[in-house]
Ligand binder design. Structure first.
Ligand SMILES: [Zn+2]
Length: 187
């Protein structure tokens, strides 16, 4: 299949299903992708790092990591400014590239909203002269749509890690439940 070159981007590859779907989608659109993993002290960082490297290898993406120390990270729930931090780190680490994030619909978090995406695009436009973009292909997709899409597109769900609480999946948190539904295809 002939592919059109879409540009270069950094995908914030957390090791979870959402960012794997983003990498899959952008790759099929012809983006030149560099994967970036950020260790900011999140509870499941070891398992997330392993999953991120495996997903990157599956799609043959160059992978790198940035570490940030000193943040106090709650076990679950919203972390104010988390996605702002991730985008800023990606901008500084892989300058000139568009930045792709796996934020999706159906969440109340302020940094997962269309208004937030638009605001970041304006900030980046002011610095890059309109060259770089914020790519949020799942922005208007609900989690169940993403899971269906992941299964249909043969995104390697088995390589991902989605427990937000622990390296060994707790089986209880919302992310674990989503992951299990994605894996077995149950409704
Ligand atoms: Zn869990």
């Amino acid at each position: 299949m002939a592919m059109t070159y879409a540009g270069s981007c950094a995908v914030l590859l957390s090791g979870g299903i959402d960012s794997a779907v983003v990498a899959h989608a952008l790759r099929s659109q012809g983006w030149d992708i560099a994967a970036l993993f950020v260790d900011y002290g999140q509870p499941a960082r070891e398992a997330e790092r392993t999953a991120s490297t495996r997903v990157a290898a599956h799609y043959d993406l160059p992978w790198q990591e940035v570490g940030l120390t000193g943040m106090s990270v709650p076990q679950s729930g919203e972390i104010p400014g988390r996605n702002d931090m991730l985008i800023a780190l990606a901008r500084a680490t892989l300058p000139g590239r568009s930045i792709a994030v796996g934020i999706h619909g159906g969440t109340e978090y302020a940094d997962c909203s269309p208004a937030w995406t638009t605001a970041w695009q304006q900030l980046i436009d002011a610095q890059s002269g309109g060259v770089a973009r914020i790519l949020a292909p799942l922005l208007h997709r609900r989690k169940d749509e993403i899971i269906s899409h992941a299964r249909y597109s043969q995104v390697p769900i088995h390589l991902t890690h989605s427990c937000e609480r622990a390296n060994d999946p707790c089986g209880q948190c919302l992310s674990c439940q989503d992951w299990e539904r994605a894996r077995v295809g149950a409704k």
